[in-house]
Design a protein. Structure first.
Length: 447
């Protein structure tokens, strides 16, 4: 979901104590727009005339009666291409079998201390806050620790724009990928929830009930808003709005560009972490209800009686919204109308909310186990049994190739575990002989 980027920096910046702005009145937005960007792709190709000339010269230099035989390198490339096509091709007009849902332990890294909160990811490097008041970086490709710096983060980290953001007891700090401090904004009293990054914006709720909107690139404070109460979960940023769950039971929407309050809605219980999805906001509450609110004006679209406490954000796909509560139940509800599609009991106590990966829904337990289910029908698809209690919910590592998507677990025992899919090559019979038949000459006659 695209968001309008913050204004570019102009001139030197002064990071001092953040000034408080007047409280904004209740305003209803006139539109809920979606912004998308098209980025040009640079392509460099040789001139067509030169390519044709080179090809013509090559053809003229070859004798007309020459038989072009495959070299060893061409043969190896042909074999590799055949194997790749066999693994990816359809079989009898049907698509290849879906991922089974199983996970395997690909790598384990021993940290210098146990993790204190959720990690962040940048370019296949994981940044983990440690209980001893430090932050460390771990490469997923090599499994090596890159650097460790003294920085006592009070909650989960955030990442974006090539920076890692940490909320401390008295400041908001940005760290570069080399471990250096890029900027720091003093905030007396600290923060009530982790910061959120999206499209160049950084939104951080303070313990005093203020919400800061910053330009993530340089830490410049663009606006400060006063909320009715401190936020209790990481903000959700969607299109041009910021959604907050507050300690007094309110859900509040702020304008992303100005911090102006657009609407607020009081729930019957303490709200959990929100999820912004298109024109709706999904979240659970301590009253055991799961809510779907309009992102436009905060009106209730529908709600479902879950029966268990839901504090983590849900997950969505094109048709469903998935939620898991402390009653150890996973539900799939219709995204539009809220009707239940399926329900499954969980043999674990969830840590964090569900995650959607392709057609699967993943749920992690406090003990390090992970169970996967088919999103359409709720059928169990696979599981992984961990070796220690988790310090934070799993971290999803995206990849352009779906088979290379991974999960990162950080345990209370000081381990970082990388989980991946079991990879295998599907054997598909070839219907035709690949290549061109080359006649062989007769063996030499005996002397």
């Amino acid at each position: 979901m695209g968001c309008a980027r913050p204004p570019a920096p102009r001139g030197p910046l002064n990071h001092g104590i953040i000034p408080a702005l007047p409280t904004h009145d209740h305003v209803v937005s006139s539109s809920f727009r979606d912004s998308r960007r098209l980025r040009p792709v640079n392509r460099s190709e040789p001139p067509r005339s030169a390519a044709l000339a080179a090809g013509g010269a090559a053809r003229q230099s070859r004798p007309s009666n020459e038989v072009r035989r495959p070299t060893a390198s061409r043969a190896a490339a042909l074999i590799a291409c055949v194997m790749l096509c066999a693994a990816c091709a359809s079989r009898g007009g049907q698509t290849a079998a879906p991922w089974s849902g199983d996970l395997r332990l690909a790598r384990t890294v021993t940290l210098e201390s146990s993790a204190s909160a959720g990690a962040a990811l940048l370019e296949r490097v994981v940044y983990v806050p440690l209980r001893d008041g430090r932050v460390t970086s771990v490469s997923l490709d090599t499994g090596r620790i890159g650097w460790t710096i003294d920085l006592a983060a009070t909650g989960a980290l955030a990442a974006g724009d090539g920076l890692v953001f940490a909320a401390t007891a008295d400041a908001l700090v940005a760290i570069g990928t080399d471990g250096s401090r890029r900027w720091s904004v003093p905030v007396p009293g600290g923060f009530s929830a982790p910061p959120a990054w999206e499209s160049g914006w950084l939104v951080a709720p303070t313990a005093g009930g203020e919400v800061l909107g910053l330009r993530a690139q340089d830490g410049h404070v663009l606006w400060t808003a006063r909320a009715p109460a401190p936020a209790i979960a990481r903000p959700a940023i969607g299109v041009d709005r910021v959604f907050l769950s507050l300690d007094d039971g309110h859900v509040v929407a702020l304008d992303l560009k100005s911090g102006a309050q657009l609407w607020q809605r009081k729930l019957d219980g303490r709200p959990g972490a929100p999820l912004a999805a298109a024109d709706r906001v999904f979240l659970g509450a301590s009253d055991r209800w799961f809510y779907c609110l309009s992102a436009e004006d905060g009106g209730r679209e529908w709600r479902w009686r879950h029966g268990g406490l839901i504090t983590a954000a849900p997950a969505v796909d094109a048709r469903h919204v998935y939620l898991a509560g402390f009653n150890n139940v996973l539900r799939a509800l219709d995204r539009d109308g809220g009707s239940q599609r399926w329900m499954k009991g969980l043999p674990l106590r969830p840590i964090g909310g569900p995650m959607v990966l392709d057609d699967l829904v993943l749920v992690a337990g406090i003990g390090g186990e992970i169970h996967t289910f088919r999103g359409r029908i709720g059928e169990p698809a696979g599981q992984f049994t961990g070796s220690g209690d988790l310090a934070a919910p799993p971290l999803l590592v995206p990849h352009p190739v779906p088979e290379l998507i991974a999960l990162v677990l950080v345990t209370r025992g000081g381990e970082l575990q990388v989980l991946s899919r079991p990879l295998g090559v599907a054997i598909v019979p070839l219907r035709e002989v690949v290549g061109v038949q080359v006649p062989l000459g007769a063996p030499p006659a005996p002397p």
